[in-house]
Design a protein around this ligand. Structure first.
Ligand SMILES: [Zn+2]
Length: 255
């Protein structure tokens, strides 16, 4: 069995772009410190990860790429601006992907907010060999309901976030569910699929997040409690003797 632990490397202000409220807030979390916590956990638990780095964040803080590349993590792309790509014109989408490509090359892509639609495939194909933007239960079309790895086109593979029923293995599951339930779900997915894909964000490890008008579930149970839970969860996976793999390795296994 294999576990693919991924993270979207972005600032808290990027994550809440769609709520349009961050400028109202003068307080800013220590995103760099939060990233350090996440990377230290992966290092302590000896977990190779795939890190989907936001282009604008890497451009304004070039050390992010060096940090993210430590310990053999795979660097993939999370777009440039963290806008919902489904809302962009063709020209803007092309520009978004091209700007990232000029900053760093990556084989994989994940759209902000898991905001994917099939119209994006032709724009992703020139740059990437896999996409990991889909949460099957959220997709409207029947084709996109496939739970496992499948080909979006001849050259672009989809590696969706693992999902059970209506529950995707995003980090929210760990923040909102008891650890025992999160473990049961992981075990179920590993037995069902032979692998699992889960995703985290650095800002979830931050001690203090600004009080901004966004849904409470976005920031609920973040900070030290979350850090402790993630460590316990990853140790549980290690105890199952799963192989921790990057997304690139999943791509190579299934192509
Ligand atoms: Zn994101």
């Amino acid at each position: 069995m294999r576990a693919c632990v991924t993270a979207d490397i972005e600032q808290f202000s990027d994550a809440i772009t769609k709520y349009g409220c961050f400028r109202e807030c003068s307080q800013s979390p220590d995103d760099y410190h939060a990233l350090r916590i996440l990377l230290d956990i992966f290092c302590e638990e000896d977990i190779p990860s795939t890190l989907f780095v936001l282009g604008a964040y890497a451009e304004s803080n070039p050390s992010i790429l060096d940090l993210s590349g430590e310990n053999g993590h795979e660097i993939a792309s999370h777009g440039y601006t963290h806008l919902d790509l489904r809302s962009l014109s063709s020209a803007a989408l092309r520009e978004e992907l091209s700007r990232c490509h000029h900053l760093f090359t990556a084989r994989g892509f994940r759209a902000p907010y898991y905001g994917f639609n099939t119209l994006m495939v032709e724009y992703l194909e020139p740059y990437f060999v896999y996409d990991s933007s889909q949460i099957p239960v959220r997709s409207a079309s029947r084709m996109d309901r496939f739970l496992n790895v499948y080909m979006l086109s001849k050259s672009l593979m989809e590696i969706p976030i693992s999902t059970v029923g209506i529950i995707p293995l995003t980090s929210m599951i760990l923040r909102m569910c008891p650890l025992s339930l999160a473990k049961m779900i992981a075990l179920y997915v590993l037995k069902r699929d032979g692998y699992m894909v889960i995703n985290f964000h650095p800002w979830e490890f931050s001690c203090v997040l600004p009080d901004v008008p966004i849904p409470s579930y976005v920031t609920k149970n973040t900070g030290p409690a979350f850090t402790k839970k993630v460590k316990a969860y990853l140790r549980f996976l290690r105890g199952l003797e799963v192989d921790f793999v990057t997304m690139e390795q999943i791509y190579e296994l299934y192509r």
